[in-house]
Design a protein around this ligand. Structure first.
Ligand code: 4NP
Length: 157
């Protein structure tokens, strides 16, 4: 059985598509791609159909990634379709509640900081959208750390 993981941020053009691309690359590198189904979505619908923000694509490329997913909005069916829904900050955690329809839906939702290893102690992945190069770099560093933590947790189960 595949473990199905959905990353969620506000717009689905910066943090969550980067998380999706990083985790996909890491599981492929470990030959675990058949054990995972990985996707991302946004709380808002402003960017539906768009590629990730070009600044995130650029910084991803500097780290050897190709972030090429298309943005979509989160939906109630995602709570059935995924085993684990990982949000980037407390606002995402609060906002995704309005898409939950069944008792237990929110049990699947986890905050990204639960998976930090080197960055243990940080509480969220800051939104780089209104930031500069250093904010995009920080997002990628935090997400690489969390994705390593996710693999360790899931594979260790
Ligand atoms: P993300 O960043 O949640 O990491 O994708 C954002 C992208 C777009 C907007 C907000 C955050 N926006 O307001 O359009």
């Amino acid at each position: 059985m595949k473990i199905r993981i959905l990353f969620v941020c506000l717009g689905n053009i910066c943090r969550s598509p980067a998380a999706e691309g990083i985790l996909k690359a890491m599981v492929e590198e470990k030959g675990l791609q058949d054990d995972f189904y990985i996707d991302s979505a946004g709380i808002g619908n402003w960017h539906v159909g768009d590629l990730p923000d070009r600044r995130m694509r650029h910084h991803g490329m500097l780290h050897g990634y190709d972030f090429a997913s298309r943005a979509r909005q989160v939906c109630s069916a995602d709570f059935e379709r995924f085993d684990l829904i990982i949000v980037m900050d407390d606002d995402n955690y609060y906002d995704i509640k309005r898409f939950a329809t069944m008792p237990g839906d929110m049990d699947k939702v986890h905050l990204i900081h639960e998976y930090f290893i080197r960055y243990k102690g940080r509480q969220y992945v800051p939104d780089p959208y209104y930031g500069d190069d250093s904010d995009f770099e920080l997002a990628i560093n935090l997400l690489e750390d969390a994705c390593q933590g996710i693999i360790e947790e899931v594979v260790g189960r």
